[in-house]
Ligand binder design. Sequence first.
Ligand code: ZN
Length: 259
Amino acid sequence: MNGVGRGPTGRLVLVAAGLLAAVAAPGGEAGAPSVSPSPSGELIHVVAPGESLTRIARRYGVTIGALVSANPSLTPTSRLRVNQPLAIPAPSPVRSSGPAPPRLPFDLVLAIPDFDGQAPRFEWPLNGTVISQFGRRRGGWHRGIDIRADLGTPVFAAAAGIVAASDVEPSYGNVVKIEHSHDFMTIYAHHLQNLVHVGDVVETGQVIGQVGRTGRATAYHLHFEVRYKGAVYDSLYLLPSPPRPTQVAGTEDEPADDE
Ligand SMILES: [Zn+2]
């Protein structure tokens, strides 16, 4: 990481002109987007025609969530404008030695989902801070989002449905699984206790459990997943704008659970 350091804001700062040039002109492709450091030293990407958030995130090795967090005017589904400047956050830390990262699980979908209007209108299952995002994490993959809240805080059904499971499992701890219309399912893990039973019909916002840290969890939080036909999707694409700012993925904190 010669020539790259963290500025006071914690974002990536480029100080070596050679590296900057290498980033700015990969392969000399025609119409390559331009990259320049801002006056404060942060890396700024200028959107080129045809570029998407997904493509830009992949190019810099960051998550879409991290890009959105670094650019408050964006949402994960924002349409980008040509010549729009985007702040590029520091890439997720990657170990320089050790085993290669595990292969992406076949049932984990990183792309922005397009359910053609069939997805239920999901609401937040908990009013708290997102402390760990969906996707890549050190040593593996995270199949949901983690939302921190105090022990015993009520957890709400994210949409109307039927309780398919109210169990205790080794990783999830006390877990509730709710089936929704069109083959969607939501999962709520690490409860202090579950407050619904298999077969219960629940409404959006109904209390189904309490925040705890049962199973493989190191802090009080809710692990929340959205599944469609068995595959897991990034909940942040399916929930309304967060009630509080999310923290950037790749935080120095230890993961709050091990799913
Ligand atoms: Zn989790």
